[in-house]
Design a binder for this molecule. Structure first.
Ligand code: FES
Length: 261
């Protein structure tokens, strides 16, 4: 097991406040809230954002990149687009100094100190890591639509229901859930092609966050899937951020797959 490493003096970090510290070569976000210190990996599990640069509100830190929130007591991911907890570390206070011990992700609940005035051994359990949403692992992904079903849909009469069903083939590359069950598809509309017999399809689509790094891939996959329908001659994908996406747009299937509700 790793040793406790002194990272700061209690007086170095205002309350409430945060500071980036280094522990055995790893960057750790140290938080001081309500007289208690907490330590998390300085890494957002969505796409690596630096948590210590985010906004701290009570016991929640918001990633400065796309806004995912984490509970500083347990590392639990509280909001999209993050779905996995970040690692929380053990903290103890001793003679006015703050010590952090790196914690293996797979070990039990982290313990935290009581107050800065506590002596060497004062500690209390922080929120259990079990409070964090269950990680959505790659293994939790939904099976892709079979080629047979995709081909079948592509030859059916063109309708919004058929397009939505086809779009279940498109999955968010980080969440491994299809974009229809995630609630990303707002509208599907049709217009007669200016030439020939086919239809032009417009898909109004949103993202889980304004700067979603998966955006270009989702747009390209959506165009590819919709244009595979026999009656489609053109596809336009419009990104719509109003109304903004919220987790309640997800289907129960998506929630089950993500294990976050
Ligand atoms: S990197 Fe943190 S929310 Fe995207």
């Amino acid at each position: 097991m790793a040793d406790f490493i002194r990272v700061a003096a209690v007086s170095d970090v205002p309350d409430p406040g945060k500071e980036l510290v280094e522990v055995e070569g790893e960057m750790v976000a140290l938080f001081h809230v309500g007289g208690t210190f907490y330590a998390l990996d300085d890494v957002c599990t969505h796409d690596g954002g630096p948590l210590v640069d985010g906004e701290l509100a009570d016991h929640t830190i918001a990633c400065p990149r796309h806004g995912a929130k984490f509970d500083i007591r347990s590392g639990a991911a509280l909001s999209m687009p993050a779905i996995r907890a970040t690692r929380a570390h053990e903290v103890k206070l001793e003679n006015g100094d703050v010590f952090v011990r790196l914690r293996d992700q797979a070990t039990g609940p982290v313990t935290q100190p009581t107050t800065p005035t506590a002596s060497a051994t004062g500690s209390q359990p922080a929120a259990s890591s079990a409070a964090a949403p269950a990680p959505a692992t790659e293994g939790s992904s939904t099976p892709a639509a079979s080629p047979t079903s995709g081909e079948g849909l592509a030859s059916q009469s063109l309708s919004e229901a058929v397009i939505r069903e086809m779009l279940k083939e498109v999955k968010d590359p980080e969440l491994f859930v299809n974009i229809v069950d995630l609630g990303l598809i707002y509208n599907v509309t049709f217009a007669a092609a200016t030439e020939g017999d086919g239809q032009q399809v417009s898909v109004d689509m949103t993202m889980t966050s304004p700067a979603c790094p998966a955006g270009p891939q989702l747009i390209a996959d959506t165009k590819r899937v919709v244009s595979s329908h026999k009656d489609v001659t053109g596809v336009e994908v419009r990104i719509v951020m109003d109304p903004p996406w919220t987790p309640d747009r997800m289907t129960d299937d998506a929630r089950d797959q993500l294990g976050i509700f």
